[in-house]
Design a binder for this molecule. Sequence first.
Ligand code: NCD
Ligand code: ZN
Ligand code: ZN
Length: 424
Amino acid sequence: MADFIIRGARVLGGDPSDLHVSDGVLVASAPDGAEVVEADGLIALPGLVDLHTHLREPGREDAETVESGTQAAARGGFTAVHAMANTEPVADTAGVVEQVWRLGREAGHCDVRPVGAVTVGLAGQQLAELGAMADSAAQVRVFSDDGKCVSDAVLMRRALEYVKAFDGVIAQHAQEPRLTEGAQMNEGELSGRLGLAGWPAVAEEAIIARDVLLAEHVGSRLHVCHVSTAGSVELIRWAKAKGVAVTAEACPHHLLLTDELAATYDPIYKVNPPLRTGADVEALRAGLADGTIDIVATDHAPHPHEDKDCEWAAAAFGMLGLETALSVVQESMVDTGLLDWAGVADRMSYAPARIGRVADHGRPLEVGQPAHLVLYDPSVRRTVDPTESASLSRNTPYAGLELPGRVVATFLRGRPTVLDGKLQ
Ligand SMILES: NC(=O)N[C@@H](CC(=O)O)C(=O)O
Ligand SMILES: [Zn+2]
Ligand SMILES: [Zn+2]
């Protein structure tokens, strides 16, 4: 395995120093002959960890594969991603999660931790084999019916109880189904004007309120996916103050974009939960800054062009996120003064690894730790070009938009997966 001296990197945005890498680990001094990587002016962060990625394999390899999705992850600075269970077949058995885990190992661009479905076929009727998925080679710790809400309170309670045995967590897609039938965009004055059916904030908040109470009742861990409203932030703040073991994520698009984009009727902006108001964006940013929202997760949701290039109501929900996440976080959180780079390391590496119980990721950049890291240039600006993406899909909402920053290099266990901005 190659050895590296990463010269003059600003670790977590601090003063320039050298990082030495040997045999996949950070060491005090790399052996003679180590390759020098000039990192003048670059920020070094621990390898990013995504708790919410859709890789689409098995079943929708036209939209993304484990290979292409993990290439996009590496290009975004990620060294580990959690692959959501809403594949075809659904990842609701030890067999499917092991298949996804193995594909990730073979691809080798970043570590893949499969998420297991909570219910068989995401149908919300009976619990999937959670224990078998936990005990499998994939060592599943995060369970989610993402794409659908575990809306049955009894099933949700049982799932929360069940995962306690192996320190698992239920990641809830908080969407009250009856309140969101046919929903297309954020419910408000604008949805009325545009004639698009509304997805009210209360449909998210009602499930979060119920679930934090359930998590408290059974003493289990709850994680809330893609929090999108100011009211949800308030509920999570309240639950944490009470000592409930709840964690939460915000997605880059909810930190930057608002529902006003729906006025274009361009389905590139159609996502679940929907883009919300400017006041919601402000509340999410404040919640992420003060730790009420624990992490940023991408909800990278690739869709082929035929599922997006159609009228709004017929289009699929979801947008790409892996390759632009760090830039959007810089724009919305760092350049606004809300979070420093140490805070970014926490929200995008340490905390997601902790929630997902990924033992060898999300570690500080210290001697003896695995060499998972990203070198990032915050000083450049670039216009997002979807054709440059490693993803098989092109549905980025940032196309043509200028964003700050660029991932220069990503190291996975001391091996560059990206160098000079290029996949290795
Ligand atoms: N976020 C989305 O709009 N879509 C996701 C599902 C989900 O995250 O709920 C997808 O799988 O496409
Ligand atoms: Zn979801
Ligand atoms: Zn999702």
